[in-house]
Design a protein around this ligand. Structure first.
Ligand SMILES: NC(=O)c1ccc[n+]([C@@H]2O[C@H](COP(=O)([O-])OP(=O)(O)OC[C@H]3O[C@@H](n4cnc5c(N)ncnc54)[C@H](OP(=O)(O)O)[C@@H]3O)[C@@H](O)[C@H]2O)c1
Length: 341
């Protein structure tokens, strides 16, 4: 029996998310990279841009031309900044491709909130209404039929997976949730910036954007949906001087004094019993143990009257390109783990 091959195009392949997407697709048994689409005027050989691809992917980027791309590809991944993605997504859909957008442009349901948070007018509210939020462990039913999937943010992925089962089982209060999170430097993308240079970051560790990070509304949107009531969080991100990985320590109040640690574990184990990418662990997660994998490692403790969840992912994989391929698999009727284990 012939097996299906999904042909993929990547808009913005010279990005970090593009690099990891290419690497995953190269080992995917039922996907092929058909078209790399770059904004650059000079044709870019992708292996010259990323030498780790030498001998593995000898493709030259071509112009971002949705009609030409649609002749060769079933799906387009958008690996470009927010506000840029929505310049291309309508034409990619119109040309007949399905789209997985890694930017934030289609994640927030409310265009007014998007404009407030991202300081940009939303130019494609029609497709915003149609987009599925691509967090398969929580919203799997929405993904297979979607023409457009908004791939979640990295911090929101680790937070939503770490909090949802406890909210759904009403084991924690919906108020007073504090998320202390740390991300490796690739989370900021490949474009150079002074505060991201090696001497600035190496051996440093600091918080940033406390209470005003753009991922906070996305986290609140997901938690409010699963709790079926408004949930607000305090989100405190930190810049971790490693290249990849996110660890979140999430502090919550138990719903009552009767809540036990055993019940908290049970909630995770039941919720994720059939989820291949969630590992509920007894020991404390470490970014090193999820590196280059699509896993989210989770554990929970009840200490000093607080519930504390620890959630670890690779920001480039479960936080971006791996999750995007998980979504592609679901959209094209493949097992969600294909190419990812
Ligand atoms: N890094 C992460 O951990 C992460 C996680 C989840 C989601 N995301 C999101 O995924 C998207 C890509 O992130 P990234 O970190 O991979 O980005 P990045 O490394 O900074 O690369 C950005 C890419 O967008 C291209 N680009 C910039 N402006 C463009 C324009 N006007 N038209 C066409 N292409 C343009 C760049 O091309 P040139 O190389 O030619 O400049 C480059 O390929 C962003 O929206 C980001 O928020 C990132």
């Amino acid at each position: 029996m012939a097996t299906m091959t999904v042909s993929a195009a990547i808009v913005g392949p010279t990005s970090y998310t593009g690099l990891y997407l290419i690497q995953i697709l190269l080992r995917h048994p039922q996907a092929a990279i058909a078209y790399l689409a770059s904004q650059r005027d000079e044709p870019v050989n992708i292996a010259a841009e990323f030498p780790q691809l030498m001998g593995r992917c000898d493709m030259t980027c071509r112009p971002i031309d949705p009609a030409a791309m649609a002749k060769e590809a079933d799906v387009a991944f958008c690996c470009v900044p927010h506000a840029v993605a929505m310049q291309y997504v309508p034409a990619l859909l119109q040309a007949g491709m399905r789209v997985i957008d890694l930017s934030a442009d289609y994640r927030l349901l409310d265009a007014d909130l998007y404009e407030k948070v991202y300081q940009h007018k939303h130019t494609d509210p029609g497709n915003l209404e149609e987009a599925a939020y691509g967090l398969p462990e929580l919203f799997a039913d929405d993904i297979p039929e979607a023409a457009l999937v908004a791939n979640p943010g990295c911090y929101p992925t680790a937070a939503a997976l770490g909090i949802t089962p406890l909210l759904q089982k009403q084991l924690v209060k919906t108020s007073g949730i504090v998320i202390s999170a740390a991300s490796g430097v690739t989370g900021a993308g490949r474009r150079p910036a002074a505060h991201l240079h090696f001497p600035e970051v190496n051996e440093g560790f600091c918080a940033y954007n406390v209470g005003v990070h753009r991922h906070q509304p996305e986290i609140e949107q997901t938690l409010s949906a699963v709790a079926e009531q408004p949930v607000q969080v305090l989100f405190v991100p930190h810049l971790l001087p490693v290249d990849r990985g996110i660890l979140e320590s999430i502090y919550m109040d138990p719903a009552t004094e009767a809540v036990t640690e055993e019940q908290l574990f049970e909630a995770f184990e039941q919720a994720y019993a059939d989820e291949p990418f969630i590992r509920v662990r007894n020991d404390l997660p470490n970014v090193k143990h999820v590196r280059d994998t699509n896993f989210c490692d989770l554990t929970v403790r009840l200490v000093g009257g607080k519930v504390v969840v620890f959630s670890a992912i690779d920001n480039m994989i479960k936080g971006a390109s791996g999750q995007a391929v998980q979504n592609m698999n679901l959209m094209f009727g493949l097992d969600q783990t294909t190419g990812l284990l």
